[in-house]
Each structure stands twice: as C-alpha cells, then as structure tokens.
Design a protein around this ligand. Structure first.
Ligand SMILES: [Mg+2]
Length: 370
C-alpha cells in the first residue's frame, strides 16, 4: 500500500456549554487540526490533534503536516507506522526547531491517521489490532460539569445529575480559584452531593505554587479526593516530587508533557501517581504506547487525558493493561461516524474498523475553517 495524498483540515467546534473556564484556560471552541491520508488501496486515514481553536496556530500545525511531513509521506507504505514515525520524528530540520510543540502536535495527527489506516486495512477496530478484548470494562468519569466558571449551585446540580441520573463513576471539578478556601468549599459541596462512593477528582491546571498546593492539598483527603491533577507548573518536576511526598492525595499529570523523556523523569522522581498521557500531545499513538508501557513497568495506572475527546483513547484504554478509567467530555460528539458512548457509567466498545477518528463528511463541512 502507498500513501497518495496528504490533505490537512482544521475544525473548530463549539463546546457544549457555551464557554468553559478553568484556572488557566477560557474556551468557547475546541480545535481539531488534522489530516486525511489517502492511499492507493482506497483506504483513508483520519488523524487530528486538539487545540483551543486559535486559527493562527492551528494553521502552523496543518502547514507542518502538509509542507514538512507531507513530502516525507507520499509514496511510503502507511502500514510501516514505526518506521514512518521515526522518519518524521528524526527529520533533522523538524527536530532542530521543535522536539515538542507544533511539530509534535502535527506528528501526532499524522501518526493517528497511520494507525487508523492500519486498523482499517486489518478490518478491525484499533483496540483489537493492539491486542485488546471486548470484555474489558472502561469506567467513565465526567469533566464537563466541573468548570471553574460554574457557581457552587451549578456544580452541585451537574455532579448530582451525572452520577445519579447518568451513572458516571466519577466527576472531576476544577480548582485554582483566587481564594483556595473557595476551592475547598466547592470540593466539599460536590462530595456531599454525590455521596462517598463515586470518584471525585480535582484539577488545578498548573495554577498553584508549591506552598498553596501543600496547604490546600493536605485538606483534600478529608473529601476522599481520588487525585489532584496538575497542581503546579507543568514542567516543575522537583516541585511535584516534593508535593507528592507532602500530601496524601495522589498526583495526576501529563496532559502538558510532550515527550516520553518527560514522563520517564516524572515517574523516576516519584512525582506522579496517575499518568495522564495524551496521544494528541505526545507524538501520536506510537509514543503514547511507549509511555503507557513505561508506566506499566512502574506499576502506575494510566488515565489518559483526552485532547481527542475520547475517540482514540477509548481504543487505547481498552487495549492497554495500565488503563481502566477514561475521562468523558462530549465536545466533538456529533462529528464522528462512531462517537465514543457511555452507557450506565461504562464506555461501549467501538465496533467499526479503524482508530475511531473517521469524521462525518457533514462535520468536516460544517465545522471546517479555511
Ligand atoms: Mg486537566
């Protein structure tokens, strides 16, 4: 099989709740810059990454895909994914300007499209190609009701509805308010609303300094918080290692780490308990799997961050033995041929061949931006 076409696209899709905020970000649209790879076998591979739908930067990602990686891909066999990943990752001009950032996000989209082709060519969903089994239960926790711009009343109403009516196995709420005491009031209110059993996670999105994280974080055990996510600046390895030794609540991070090297260092330093590798921030499925194996070798759970809005990570979570829990955010739900779906708190198993990334033509039409 040969790659015959490299067709980039950019989608900007409105988030479900008009505007969401955490301690660091304010988002009204989710961006999916990506690529369709055509082949001489007629199979089309779809891959994309996740952004804040900021067009000037999304264009840099798709330019990197079409102008830098495209010429390296045309004529190659898309089934040789590991070979192609290395070819693109080690392409000296790209390596020179960025082993993370835009080149990395662009490579993630390409890599995912290659795996999509490989699974379609094999006639099976990606989770099966990667060796998974359909009996694996993937529990879903919901993040789309825990935003920092929600009032306590909204927060409580959403959490209760998600757990009691929709059956989610947990909820995640954002912290990192100007007043950390307010954060604890919100955590307490949600824990009281959902009762003792469902998981409750909190996410500071990198906002706190170490002192705030220690002082606030030590109270989280009172509410049986399952993990504290991104408490400190994303690259502060020493700070996270110190925090992990200072509070009882486990630390989750990884959504802003681009490289397996970073995960290795955080894991070796004892700075992370839940590894939140994201295949659209790492260089695709290929590097994600390397990180998941690394976590497994250290007996750490992998709970993927979902910049792809679950489509790929559902397959990976079914297939990889370090995974059992997956985040749910429905922002791209209407866009796919087979959207990731939760029933009674667990994800249903995708059946269509591929990586779950095939967009509906109507979605490409409706949300595509030039
Ligand atoms: Mg997060």
């Amino acid at each position: 099989m040969k790659i015959t076409g490299v067709e980039p696209f950019i989608l900007h899709v409105p988030v479900t709740r008009s505007k969401i905020e955490d301690s660091t970000h304010s988002v009204t649209y989710w961006g999916a810059p990506g690529v369709i790879l055509d082949t001489d076998a007629g199979i089309r591979g779809y891959g994309y990454t996740g952004t804040h739908a900021y067009l000037p930067l999304d264009r840099l990602i798709t330019d990197c895909i079409s102008k830098t990686y495209g010429p390296l891909l045309i004529g190659e066999d898309p089934l040789e994914v590991q070979h192609l990943w290395r070819k693109l990752y080690h392409f000296p001009p790209a390596q020179w300007v960025g082993r993370s950032g835009i080149t990395h996000l662009a490579l993630s989209a390409v890599d995912i499209a290659l795996w999509d082709i490989k699974a379609k060519a094999a006639g099976m969903p990606l989770w099966k190609l990667l060796g998974g089994n359909a009996s694996k239960k993937v529990a879903a926790y919901n993040t789309d009701g825990g935003w920092l711009n929600w009032t306590v009343e909204q927060l409580v109403a959403d959490a209760r509805q998600m757990v009691e009516e929709q059956g989610y196995r947990g909820v995640k709420i954002k912290v990192g308010s100007p007043d950390p005491g307010e954060d604890l009031v919100r955590v307490e209110a949600v824990r009281r609303a959902i009762g003792p059993r469902p998981r409750l996670m909190v996410d500071a999105n990198g906002r706190w300094d170490l002192t705030t994280a220690i002082n606030t974080g030590r109270h989280l055990r009172d509410y049986d918080v399952y993990w504290l996510e991104e408490p400190l600046w994303y690259d502060d390895l020493a700070g996270h290692a110190r925090l992990a030794r200072s509070i009882e609540t486990p630390i989750a991070l990884g959504e802003q780490l681009y490289m397996r090297d970073s995960f290795r260092d955080f894991i070796q330093a004892g700075a992370v308990h839940f590894v939140q590798a994201d295949a659209v921030r790492l260089a695709g499925i290929t590097e994600w799997w390397q990180v998941a194996d690394l976590a497994l070798a250290h007996h750490l759970p992998v709970a993927p961050h979902i910049g792809d809005m679950m489509q790929v990570h559902l397959h990976l979570t079914i297939a990889h033995p370090a995974c059992s829990l997956l985040e749910y955010i429905p922002w791209l739900r209407g866009c796919f041929e087979e959207p990731a779906t939760v029933e009674e708190g667990f994800f249903t198993v995708p059946q269509q061949p591929g990586a779950g990334t095939t967009f509906k033509p109507s979605a490409l039409e409706k949300y595509g931006v030039a």
